[in-house]
Design a protein around this ligand. Structure first.
Ligand code: PGA
Length: 251
């Protein structure tokens, strides 16, 4: 049975003190609520990771980075390696977010290296894919998503692929307030799962958690998550307010 997961992506928000405060609030809400089969993840800025790992006491919450370097170590000024992230107690890394693909030139080639480094360091990649508006309007969205998955991940063995979480985030829905409809989300998630069946077989595909991301809120989360192939969400804006994030977790 695949896991239900709600992952927050704080992006470049909250200073260290504010981040610790928010994480503690989320921690107490999660501890006080019966959410037995949901895994909660908090994707925080690098400098928060060590402190958040200390602040979180709930075993339902894991901490994630939002990126990692595409090299192991060495003369790469300003970069943070997968092994450094692992050494803070962090367990996951968001990779290939559309903001990194579009603003920081994250290519599939780089993502292959980053994915490998995460897995070598026992970090779970939360691998993001999704089309831009023009690609959907010209009906290329299925091809785009399939290429992102195959170029970034299909070099992995079935065993390693089984450690990856996927996040489908239509770029036109990120931070725009426009969400994909429940039917659009299910249609794409089912397509992704079918693509995984073709490559790795039914068992691996059935066990892979595929999250939806893009303007997910407490008010629309239930409808999105009730789809058979939607296994949770990757949440930006609404993960910055503990009550909203909790409203999505309980959905
Ligand atoms: P959003 O962001 O929920 O603010 O649309 C989602 C994401 O970028 O992961």
């Amino acid at each position: 049975m695949r896991k239900k997961i709600v992952a927050g992506n704080w992006k470049m928000n909250k200073n260290l003190q504010e981040g610790i405060e928010l994480a503690k609030e989320i921690n107490s809400l999660v501890e006080a609520t019966d959410i037995k089969d949901v895994q909660v993840i908090i994707g925080a800025p690098f400098i928060h990771l060590t402190e958040l790992n200390k602040a979180i006491t709930s075993n339902k919450i894991r901490i994630s980075a939002q990126n990692c370097a595409d090299e192991k170590s060495g003369a790469y000024t300003g970069e943070i390696s997968a092994s450094m992230i692992e050494s803070t107690g962090t367990q996951c890394v968001i990779l290939g977010h559309s903001e990194r693909r579009s603003y920081y030139g994250e290519t599939s080639e780089k993502l292959v290296k980053k994915t490998n480094l995460c897995l070598e360091n026992k970090l779970t990649p939360i691998f993001c894919i999704g089309e831009v508006l023009e690609e959907r309007q010209s009906e290329k969205h299925f091809d785009v998503v399939k290429s992102q998955i195959s170029e970034g991940l299909f070099h992995l063995s079935a065993e390693d692929f089984g450690k990856v979480i996927l996040a489908y985030e239509p770029v036109w829905a990120i931070g725009t307030g426009v969400t994909a409809s429940a039917d659009q989300a299910q249609e794409m998630h089912a397509f992704i799962r079918k693509t995984l069946v073709e490559k790795y077989g039914k068992e691996v595909a059935e066990n892979c958690s595929i999250l939806y991301g893009g303007s997910c809120k407490p008010s629309n989360a239930k409808e999105l998550f009730s789809n058979e192939d939607v296994d949770g969400g990757l949440i930006g804006g609404a993960s910055l307010v503990a009550e909203d994030f909790m409203g999505i977790i309980t959905a």
